[in-house]
Design a binder for this molecule. Structure first.
Ligand code: HEM
Ligand code: HEM
Length: 215
């Protein structure tokens, strides 16, 4: 062991692929709207839906440190955590940090709500989400405007997410490389990881089922 700790694997391949795909799919969802490719917008939205469902399942049954109960600590612990970080005394953890854990919940919740509202949205002319016929015309308009406004909220939250990751870096805790290759240098114990391929297979199965149900 050196002074900074050992290199241990903290993120399984499913979590890393999930994160990479979030960035790519979000770009695709924005591009499709800008270019009027709404059928593709829906298909990408459904792929994101499948990933979110499996990520939530992984948060209950998946790798030890990807489980919600592992990384959600009392919000009362956040100020103390941030004070440590500011002083440069923060020891990198083998999961999300106390503040980061809650930001994960906010991001997953917003993305899930974005997919669900999308399913009920309509552009009023050429394209309607697969569940929009369940609502009245006023209901569709309300949900569509929610869907549009919520995207701006998502962009703000993601900007804060990226700034927070930069802030941890400045304070001596690099996080991004671990989300790419999976490893982190820390004194903490290596978590028990599940094979990421189980998550991929599940995500593909859920995606196929959703495509059948929602197409
Ligand atoms: C280039 C831009 C981005 C960078 C550098 C970045 C970086 C990171 C890092 C380092 C983590 C792990 C934090 C930790 O160790 O606790 C993380 C987690 C996360 N990020 Fe990002 N991120 C980016 C873009 C995004 C975008 C666009 C989204 C949403 C669409 C997003 C959503 C998330 C979520 C949901 C997690 C938690 C992952 C999980 O536990 O499943 N990130 N990000
Ligand atoms: C199956 C899922 C989805 C469906 C069926 C869907 C459907 C729609 C519809 C009907 C509109 C209105 C288009 C218009 O008025 O011209 C829209 C707009 C939009 N959607 Fe989605 N959507 C889905 C998922 C998502 C997701 C997951 C995101 C992003 C995370 C997203 C981002 C956007 C954006 C940025 C707009 C344009 C907002 C604006 O014009 O200000 N959508 N979507």
């Amino acid at each position: 062991m050196n002074q900074k700790g050992n290199s241990i694997k903290i993120w399984d391949s499913f979590i890393r692929l999930f994160h990479g795909l979030l960035i790519i799919l979000l770009g695709g969802l924005w591009w499709t709207v800008e270019n009027g490719r709404m059928e593709l917008h829906k298909d990408i939205g459904i792929a994101l839906f499948a990933l979110l469902i499996v990520r939530i399942g992984w948060g209950i049954f998946g790798s030890e440190n990807a489980r919600f109960k592992q990384f959600l600590k009392s919000p009362a612990a956040i100020p103390g955590h941030l004070r440590k970080l500011l002083k440069g005394d923060y020891e990198p953890e083998n999961t999300h940090s106390t503040a980061g854990g809650w930001s994960v919940i906010v991001m997953l919740g917003l993305l899930l709500s974005q997919v669900v509202t999308g399913l009920f949205s309509t552009d009023g002319i050429l394209f309607s989400g697969p569940l929009s016929s369940l609502l009245s015309s006023d209901g569709q308009d309300a949900v569509t405007s929610w869907h549009k406004t919520q995207f701006d909220v998502i962009l703000i939250v993601i900007s804060v997410h990226i700034l927070a990751v930069l802030f941890y870096r400045v304070k001596g805790t690099p996080l991004t490389a671990s989300m790419i290759h999976g490893y982190r240098i820390t004194h903490q114990q290596a978590p028990n990881l599940k094979p990421g391929w189980q998550g991929f297979i599940l995500a593909i199965a859920v995606w196929l089922i959703l495509m059948l149900l929602l197409d």
